[in-house]
Design a protein around this ligand. Structure first.
Ligand SMILES: Cc1cn([C@H]2C[C@H](O)[C@@H](COP(=O)(O)OP(=O)(O)O[C@H]3O[C@@H](C)C(=O)[C@@H](O)[C@H]3O)O2)c(=O)[nH]c1=O
Length: 189
């Protein structure tokens, strides 16, 4: 397992070891003990998978509020994405800052995103399959979102944002300035 720190200390890139042989390769995509050795003791309770047909599809930026706040462990089964996390923990020294990480099926790398962060991604290839573990179950009443191309966040999505393929919900997401974050820095880490 290779651990790579990102620009936000709590967001971690993990690349599981791959064992290659004449058939292909093998890797452990999740091992609780291995993650715990690297300080990630999150218990995951739900696995999600999404398929996005078009390149330039954006899903996000999303969160669930406590008591259904979710940490996520994201990876790509097919294709390439730019995965983004935004710190929304009130009082955090990095509040409002974002980090992006390219995740691909080829590399098999993963991004760990703790509670207290917005999460979203854009597909960099067509026919993208993304899988992620969540530490709390889906609870639609607690869902919140922020507009992915909010000017205050100034996230570099690597696309012309006018051309992004969005759900109706994400197209109508509110601004970052209007967000009353349900997270505080001490709660999340
Ligand atoms: C997220 C989710 C959605 N759904 C349903 C609701 C809806 O009818 C359909 C599609 O939901 P959404 O449009 O919210 O899917 P999507 O836009 O892919 O939402 C996801 O985006 C990424 C970035 C995340 O981080 C996830 O936590 C989640 O918010 O699936 C579930 O049944 N369970 C779930 O856990």
């Amino acid at each position: 397992m290779i651990i790579t720190l990102t620009g936000l200390p709590a967001v971690i890139e993990l690349t599981p070891r791959r064992f290659a042989d004449s058939r292909g390769h093998f890797s452990e995509t999740y091992n609780a003990d291995t993650l715990a050795q690297h300080g990630i003791t999150t218990q995951f309770v739900q696995d999600n998978q999404s398929y996005s047909r078009d390149i330039g599809t954006v899903r996000g930026l999303h969160f669930q509020a406590p008591p259904s706040a979710q940490a996520k462990l994201v990876r790509v089964l097919q294709g390439v994405i730019w995965d983004v996390a935004v710190d929304i923990r009130k009082g955090s020294p990095t509040y409002g800052q974002w980090v992006g990480c390219e995740l691909s099926a080829e590399k098999g790398n993963q991004l760990f995103i703790p509670e207290g962060f917005l999460h979203g991604f854009v597909t960099r290839t067509a026919d993208c399959m993304v899988a992620y573990k969540c530490s709390a179950a889906y609870a639609p009443a607690t869902e919140g979102s922020v507009r992915f191309d909010d000017p205050d966040l100034a996230i570099d999505w690597g696309i012309d944002v006018q051309d992004a393929v969005l759900s109706d919900k994400d197209a109508a997401a509110p601004s970052f300035a209007g967000l009353t974050s349900p997270f505080t820095y001490r709660d999340a880490t």
